[in-house]
Design a protein around this ligand. Structure first.
Ligand SMILES: [Zn+2]
Length: 432
């Protein structure tokens, strides 16, 4: 009898284990089934039956797989300009739509475990024509261009160089080609960082509007000389931003202190990664230095150990353009990633007015014909004697509510190297 009891008990235990195992499997299947099924999309197996089509906002086909063939856009320029947004069938660009939106493309169904017949169409918010314009304006230089609608969050232009033609398997691959510099790289920000220091100053220095800042080309901070790009004389806060005066912003950084600066950098999302739909973006960095130190002064000028991802800067200027409310960006037509109150509306509006003044009084509105532009330049020293050129801002234009970030690596001054790229893309976006 004991033998029978033991056998029954063993059978029960085995049955229980099977049921538990099956339960775990079903839960994991429902959670991860799409990932398992579309693992192939990255190019790990060749058994993909169907995978769908990626089109831009105007219906231009950017990639199409129907089981027997895998193709990219017809046009060579579109293939190169949209390479990072779309990705490739070999999975080299891990942040591309082919990898990131694989489940949507396959039309995967967890109940039946099947793909939609012929796959699905995924419509990206990007305009391939604008990506081509931006890529041409970069003119072979390394860099990144982002342009979005700050009301809807739709990213209209996202291009990165170096790039390649994914349809040409013999194309030479330059170093760093697989990185989307718009979302996966953080750079020394230089003077575009003064937009963050300015927000902290507006909210934390009560007599800011009564203060003046005198610049004779440099200032001594604890025995270290901080050089300015000019000799700006006596300036108001507004003029100091328009002049991008390092002497004034060294003073402001020392007044604010490292704790306050660090808090603003964090609160505005510059140190953290973000999720652009399912794509994780690069975080940045900020090191606070002690009171009265040259490190603290430089950290508020966008040098020292500051690093900013262009995508984080796009979020920031989008919020400034929109009374402090950030509509989170998206790459998928019809998707709403929600909105958040990133900064006080009075601060946003003050920054907006100062960025408008920058263009009117210093950058020259004639450089941006027909555009009601608010912007800030950056010329970030990167240690090898060269500078990264930045230009970021937005249009005050309800018909064309566009925010943008341009960075051109090792290209010199923001106003001469990055601003013309921004103008080219904005003109194409506004005038068609
Ligand atoms: Zn100065």
């Amino acid at each position: 009898m004991n033998k029978v009891k033991h056998r029954a008990m063993s059978a029960l235990i085995i049955a229980a284990l099977i049921i538990v195992g099956l339960g775990v499997y079903i839960v994991r299947y429902l959670e991860d089934g799409a990932k398992w099924a579309t693992f192939a999309v990255g190019g790990y197996t060749s058994g993909v039956v169907s995978m769908g089509t990626i089109v831009d906002r105007n219906g231009v086909v950017l990639a199409n797989a129907d089981g027997s063939s895998r193709t990219y856009a017809e046009d060579w320029g579109v293939r190169r300009a949209c390479y990072h947004a779309v990705g490739d069938y070999t999975g080299n660009v891990g942040t591309g739509a082919l990898s990131s939106f694989a489940a949507q493309l396959a039309g995967y169904n967890p109940i039946t475990g099947t793909y939609a017949r012929g796959g699905r169409e995924v419509k990206l918010t990007i305009d391939s024509r604008l990506c081509v314009t931006a890529q041409e304006a970069l003119a072979g230089r390394k860099g990144a261009v982002l342009l979005s609608n700050y009301r809807t969050g739709e990213i209209l232009c996202m291009t990165s160089n170096p790039t390649t033609d994914p349809a040409d398997s013999t194309a030479e691959i330059a170093d760093g080609t697989y990185l989307n510099r718009c979302i996966s790289v953080s750079y020394t920000p230089g003077s575009v960082f003064k937009l963050i220091t300015s927000a902290a100053a507006i909210e934390n220095i009560p007599d800011l509007s009564q203060q003046t800042f005198t610049c004779w080309g440099s200032v001594d901070v604890a025995g270290v000389t901080i050089n300015c790009t000019g000799s700006h004389g006596e300036q108001t806060f507004e003029e100091a931003l328009a002049n991008s005066c390092n002497v004034a912003f060294a003073n402001i950084s020392l007044q604010l202190g490292g704790d306050t600066l660090e808090r603003y950098v964090y609160d505005y999302g510059f140190t953290r990664s973000h999720k652009l739909d399912d794509i994780v973006t690069a975080g940045g960095s900020f090191t606070k230095d002690n009171p009265g130190t040259p490190g603290l002064a430089w950290s508020g000028i966008g040098q020292f150990e500051d690093a900013v991802c262009p995508y984080s800067m796009l979020r920031y200027v989008s919020a400034i353009a929109s009374n402090g409310i950030l509509q989170e960006p998206t790459l998928l037509v019809g998707k709403d990633n929600g909105s958040a109150n990133l900064m006080q509306s009075t601060t946003a509006n003050k920054l907006r007015d100062m960025m408008s003044y920058n263009v009117q009084a210093h950058y020259g509105a004639w450089n941006f014909p027909g555009l009601n532009l608010c912007a800030k330049t950056g010329t970030a020293e990167v240690g090898d004697g060269t500078s990264h050129a930045w230009f970021t801002g937005f249009l005050l234009d309800e018909a064309h509510p566009y925010a943008f970030v341009v960075i051109v690596e090792n290209a010199g001054a923001g106003i001469t190297a990055a601003a013309p790229v921004a103008n080219a893309v904005l003109q194409a976006a506004v005038n068609g």
